[in-house]
Design a protein around this ligand. Structure first.
Ligand SMILES: Cc1cc2nc3c(=O)[nH]c(=O)nc-3n(C[C@H](O)[C@H](O)[C@H](O)COP(=O)(O)O)c2cc1C
Length: 551
């Protein structure tokens, strides 16, 4: 590299540090030429804010359908892409993710394939990061779609591929809901996903699902046509949009044992596996609340309340009583999760995979159980109820026996989803975390910070930390209440940063933010060096400066 090039690079770096906000992240539009160059160096493209989609959640669920062929050439706008990606996997106002996984291990990478290049979605900064130049839109089916999402399992984050698939099923539901609410089209495809390897994925990543995003060539055409009333009330709209329920999700670990209304039970079990109240005139069919590989729908959905156990029939939106009486304590005893107490949950929904259906596609059935659980959590929030997901079923025979289906060993339970009103005996929120550590230092040096929050109920705590430079720690824990939690952080750039930390207990109660200001002074040596290079590269500068001095 010659001196002039080096001088230019250092000059660019100096200018870059001047335009970067203190977060150290680019926060400027891709369209400005100058910024385009800087973005190119960092390969990071901030997305515009998502559009507010005000469609009511139940209508979004009822409009969910797959568009297999025929995407028009019309482009998807940056705002539309931003909206769909945020709903799919974005970060919410209170630091949660748009989908809920009990262990908080988010192992999906979303590749965004476009005609110019392929990008990775970065949820923390709601931006796209350039992965590979070139047009890879030929990957997968659905020719003509201007965007394709490659949903990939990151083996380094969780080693259980099936749980990774359940997560993808949750993400995909939100892609369907917001895409169609925006009059865009999509479909889950599992066939041909290996073509995603053409992108040169790292060896710890496995392609699972491709979803196109584009405009359908036939406009949507639905008629309101609910299934006739049966022993469950018909499905109604509440008042929340998808965005509302994503931002206000209610997760509980204990419930108050107050029975739900018939309407609430009906809405919840419908969201898990029911049929739309809309008739699709384009395909002449009624879609279900989620897609299913090869259209099979191999789950049987059971549910229990204080009065009995029921089997759901989606085709008539009705239930059959399997057992009379309260079996919730027995259900609770069959589950391994000590944190979650289901015996007082008002409505416990349990989807069972029927192993007589294509066991070779286990991955896809886990996608489906993820989608089922996700829908229940969304609908519970729309009803101002709270839910959770239990993945640890320690005694499967015990669970079948509790539900009165001991002989049906072909039915395999994977997830249990309790719903109800949160326990009313108040669980105290943990104290605001204290933050100790260096308040000034130099860029590039790792410093250790200590966080400590006391939970007066003695519950374990998790910490959510924003370092102030765009980096976060996403609910690190569990840690013992009152015990120091030490973690190091390195600031790459100069600036004043506010570390923010909040604590959450095992019942989901969150503290307010604790803060600590850290100053990383400007590294004068680098600027001096850069200036020296500029003078050496452009000797005329020296003459100009000495003339100015002599004025
Ligand atoms: C895990 C999974 C994999 C799928 N794979 C394909 C696929 O490879 N090709 C395809 O055309 N449809 C695929 N589908 C879509 C289903 O065929 C579709 O959801 C089903 O026929 C129901 O139609 P609907 O989604 O329009 O209601 C898949 C769905 C799921 C859930």
């Amino acid at each position: 590299m010659n001196k002039k090039t080096l001088g230019f690079l250092i000059c660019t770096l100096l200018i870059t540090s001047a335009v970067l906000p203190v977060t150290g992240k680019l926060n400027i539009s891709k369209s400005e030429d100058f910024v385009e160059n800087i973005s190119y160096i960092f390969d990071d493209y901030p997305l515009p804010p998502p559009i507010s989609v005000d469609m009511i959640l139940e209508e979004s669920i009822c409009r969910r359908m797959s568009t297999r062929e025929a995407y028009t050439s019309q482009q998807v706008t940056d705002e539309e892409l931003s909206t769909v990606l945020w709903a799919a996997f974005g970060t919410t106002e209170n630091g949660n993710r748009s989908i809920y996984l009990p262990d908080g291990s988010y192992s999906t990478i979303i590749y965004v394939i476009m005609s110019d290049a392929t990008y990775k979605y970065v949820p923390e900064s709601h931006s796209l990061s350039l992965f590979k130049n070139g047009n890879y839109l030929y990957i997968g089916q659905n020719d003509g779609a201007p965007i394709k999402f490659g949903l990939v399992w990151n083996k380094s984050i969780i080693n259980d591929e099936l749980i990774g698939m359940a997560e993808i099923g949750m993400i995909a539901q939100n892609i369907y809901f917001d895409a169609i609410a925006l009059d865009l089209a999509t479909i889950t495809t599992g066939a041909g996903v290996d073509e995603l390897n053409d992108l040169g994925l790292p060896s710890n990543e496995k392609p699972e699902i491709i979803m196109p995003l584009g405009h359908p060539s036939s406009p949507y055409d639905f008629d309101y046509s609910p299934l006739p009333p049966s022993n469950l009330p018909i499905i109604v709209n509440n008042t929340y949009s998808l965005e509302d329920v994503i931002n206000n999700r209610l997760i509980s670990y204990r419930w108050d044992n107050i029975p739900l209304s018939e309407v609430e039970e009906s809405q919840l079990i419908w969201s898990s596996y029911g049929y739309s109240y809309l008739w699709d005139n384009v395909n002449n069919k009624r879609h279900r609340t989620l897609p299913s590989a090869i259209g099979v729908y191999p789950f049987k959905v059971y549910a229990a309340d204080q009065d009995g156990v029921y089997l759901y029939d989606p085709s008539t939106h009705s239930v059959t009583t399997i057992v009379e009486g309260d079996r919730r304590e027995e259900i609770n005893n069959s589950l391994g999760s000590s944190d979650i107490w289901t015996a007082t949950a008002s409505w416990i929904i349990i989807p069972f995979y029927n192993t007589n259906n294509y066991p070779q596609y286990l991955n896809w059935w886990y996608y489906e159980v993820g989608a089922i659980s996700h829908n229940i959590i969304l609908e519970a929030t729309a009803l101002n109820l709270s839910a959770n997901i239990i993945t640890d079923i320690s005694d499967i025979n015990g669970l079948r026996s509790a539900l009165g289906i001991s002989s049906q060993t072909n039915l395999q339970p994977w997830f249990v989803i309790p719903v109800g009103n949160s326990w009313t005996i108040p669980n105290k929120t943990p104290d605001i975390p204290t933050i100790d550590g260096e308040t000034s230092g130099s860029a590039g040096t790792a410093y250790t910070y200590t966080f400590n929050s006391i939970d007066s109920d003695g519950d374990d705590v998790y910490y959510y930390i924003k370092w102030g430079d765009g980096y976060i720690e996403n609910w690190d824990g569990p840690h013992q209440s009152g015990e120091d939690f030490e973690i190091t952080h390195t600031y790459a750039n100069q600036g004043t940063f506010t570390i923010q930390a909040k604590a959450k207990d095992t019942f989901g109660a969150e503290s307010d933010w604790g803060t600590l200001e850290v100053t990383i002074p400007r590294n004068k040596a680098i600027y001096r060096l850069g200036f020296q290079f500029l003078l050496e590269s452009f000797p005329i500068l020296e003459v100009i400066i000495s003339r100015i001095k002599n004025l």
